[in-house]
Design a protein around this ligand. Structure first.
Ligand SMILES: Nc1ncnc2c1ncn2[C@@H]1O[C@H](COP(=O)(O)OP(=O)(O)OP(=O)(O)O)[C@@H](O)[C@H]1O
Length: 652
């Protein structure tokens, strides 16, 4: 039987984790030797592999499993695209300036940090256990740390309500909060000015003339929408279908201070699922119906609370908590993906956007929020964007981004139809002729009936938007009832959009995976699942002596052939130190080759978390470790195949 491990013997320590990630070069500030730039990071070898493995699993879980159409569209985007999509006018955050130093802060973050600090001070004053604060947290939140002052119960309730509704406030409302609650810059104690909007897109220029402004895209979505007609054709004209894209996005964040959680350049993985607006059922919904989710719905937040409920996706859709099956299906699929790569399900919730928070065109929107040392962080957004994007690009370009569906049974209807005498129309109304025609053509049935009635009396009056009146007579216009046969239905599909930020997922996964050995807090471990671990198997020869070389090569080559990514560590340190280093890199399995291996062709297999060691013939161990890496068996099953090893080379 495998040993049990106590992963909670030491409280989570962000300082240690950050030091580990830096020391092992998971990632580091970009341009570090030039002093670095806030919000820009480079990933080193383990960080890059971890990200690549998460992406590989994402492609399998979504693109391959769901037959999505993959795209790779350009990052540099001409300005008119983002003018049409609304990003130029609205892709902005509210910032405030320190009235003395001119330092810039994001207004909602200022409110959050100061109120949270005051609530922590209140807890301390009441003698209630506050969350442990590490040295690093103290340092970072130095300014935000409030004195241990007890607040009245009403003020506590008011602060909690504000925090629950934070994402719902407009800029002027945030300004009002700063004044009412005397919120000052936590770093300096100075007052802040009125919130102002700051557009987050990086502006550039395409070509040498400076006449074609462009932006670095802040999300990959527009690249999907602009290619909709081609995608639809590729899919043989059939809806529903989805496009998917993994790529870089850029946002000029106001003051990025949260490591990978808020950066200015990051990798996104986005899906745009196109669906008939009249039928948002999903044919695979039954597969996820029973998945239980932790939900925080909009009504709870609007009432000032953060109390979550557990519901199956099936119940949530049935009760109307989640707007439709397709949205529910993707929320459940996002949940399953995050669990698969190692996110702790108890620290994952889905929060619905409140009324003001949601884009005006969206029908419903949920964020997958993952809990970490800084609180709850949105890592995936999942929105029903209705027909907004495709409609605005159609209206702007005149290129119809629509579905034309042949109807099985033609629809026969009777309706009032306008008939024009074009010659008389032009002669009577000259340059106003086109306007008059479009006014009549946009009328609904009751209005046309009114016109028909008035024409029967001799003349009908219509009004233009600018208040002018036109008198129409039967020699110009007649209205007749006709039978219409419609065999094509044309509609703009609605879009359900799951949008993943990979850096946030990667960082929160590292937090959820990190712990320290009970016997020694200095010995950190990253319990990354084999699926995403940067290296799956470490091969450790007892020493760098030549006699081990043939075996090392044999084992490496057999693992390579089995598709298992391994590395050899024949450095000149003890086996224990080599394993400890690889525990920090999250390598789940280790293979040790010693003199017995040379003589008897045996090898030991070590499991990272328990440090248990088993022994078997080289080939048996390779078969077992391969199955472990691919998730076909777990460690308990491996233990039934291979006997325990308690020899001298055990690392402790
Ligand atoms: N500055 C950033 N750094 C890292 N990831 C980001 C950043 N902004 C957005 N993301 C990621 O992209 C995903 C989709 O972007 P979306 O526009 O929904 O985020 P957002 O609502 O603007 O995020 P926030 O409110 O935290 O600024 C987010 O769920 C997140 O994972």
């Amino acid at each position: 039987m495998p040993s049990t491990v106590n992963k909670t013997a030491h409280a989570f320590d962000k300082v240690r984790l950050d030091a580990l990630l830096n020391r092992r070069f998971f990632y580091a500030p970009a341009f570090e030797i030039y002093g670095g730039v806030a919000g820009l990071y480079d990933y080193g070898p383990p960080g890059s592999s971890l990200q690549a493995n998460i992406i590989a699993e994402w492609r399998k879980h979504f693109i391959i499993e769901e037959h999505m159409l993959e795209l790779d569209t350009t990052i540099m985007t001409p300005a008119p695209v983002f003018e049409t999509s609304g990003h130029v006018a609205r892709f902005a955050d509210w910032m405030v300036k320190d009235t003395k130093t001119g330092d810039v802060l994001r207004a909602d973050h200022l409110v959050k940090n100061v109120l949270e600090a005051r609530l922590a001070g209140d807890k301390e004053a009441r003698g209630l256990a506050a969350a442990p604060v590490t040295d690093d947290k103290k340092k970072k939140k130095k300014g935000a740390k409030a004195a241990a002052v007890q607040l009245s119960d009403e003020v506590v309730k008011e602060y909690e309500t504000i925090l629950a509704q934070l994402d719902n406030f407009s800029g002027p409302e945030l300004g009002e909060l700063c004044r009412k609650h005397k919120l000052t810059n936590p770093d300096t104690g100075n007052e802040v000015g009125e919130p102002q909007q700051f557009n987050l897109m990086f502006l550039s220029s395409i070509g040498p003339t400076g006449q074609h402004p462009g932006y670095l895209r802040p999300e990959t979505a527009q690249g999907h929408f602009l290619n909709f007609s081609r995608l639809l054709e590729f899919n043989n004209g059939k809806v529903p279908f989805a496009s998917a894209q993994i790529g870089r996005s850029f946002r000029n964040e106001i003051s990025p201070r949260a490591g990978l959680l808020r950066v200015r350049e990051f990798t996104m993985a986005e899906i745009e699922h196109y669906v008939d607006p009249e039928d948002k059922r999903h044919e695979r919904f039954h597969e996820v119906r029973d998945v239980v989710l932790i939900l925080l719905d909009r009504h709870v937040q609007e009432a000032g609370s953060s109390t979550t409920t557990r519901l199956t996706v099936g119940e949530a859709v049935k009760k109307g908590v989640i707007a439709n099956e397709t949205l529910g299906y993707f929320i459940a699929r996002i949940y399953l993906f995050l669990l698969k790569i190692g996110i702790n399900p108890e620290r994952l919730r889905f929060r619905q956007h409140m009324g003001n928070e949601m884009a005006h065109y969206a029908t419903d929107c949920w964020d997958a929020e993952i809990h970490n040392a800084t609180g709850w962080t949105e890592c995936v957004g999942c929105a029903d964007r209705a027909a907004y994007d495709l409609s605005v690009h159609t209206a702007k370009t005149g290129h119809p981004l629509v579905v034309r569906q042949a109807l099985k049974e033609p629809i026969i209807t009777e309706k009032e139809v306008s008939e024009w005498n074009k010659k008389n129309l032009g002669k009577t109304f000259k340059q106003d002729a086109a306007l008059i025609q479009s006014l009549v053509e946009s009328m609904d049935e009751p209005e046309l009936l009114r016109i028909k009635g008035e024409l029967a009396q001799g003349a009908a009056i219509i009004k233009s938007e600018d208040g002018r009146e036109f008198q129409l007579t039967p020699d110009v216009l007649t209205v007749e009832r006709k039978t219409i046969k419609q065999s094509i239905r044309e509609y703009t599909p609605n879009v359900i959009e799951p949008s993943f930020g990979l850096g946030r997922i990667l960082y929160t996964l590292l937090e959820h995976s990190f712990w320290s050995r009970e016997q020694d807090v200095e010995r950190g471990v990253l319990s990354l699942p084999p699926l995403v671990a940067p290296t799956k198997v470490l091969i450790v020869p007892l020493s760098a002596r030549d006699e081990f070389n043939p075996l090392v090569q044999e084992v490496s080559s057999k693992l390579r052939k089995a598709g298992v990514f391994s590395r050899v560590d024949d450095s000149n340190t003890s086996i224990g130190k080599r394993y400890a280093r690889n525990d920090e890199l999250g390598t789940p399995f280790g293979l040790t080759l010693d003199f017995a291996s040379v003589q008897n062709r045996t090898m030991t297999l070590r499991e990272r978390d328990t440090m248990d060691q088993r022994i078997g013939s080289i080939d048996d161990v390779i078969t077992t470790v391969t199955e472990l890496v691919f998730g076909n068996i777990d460690w308990a099953q491996a233990c039934t195949r291979l006997p325990a090893y308690d020899g001298v080379q055990a690392i402790d």
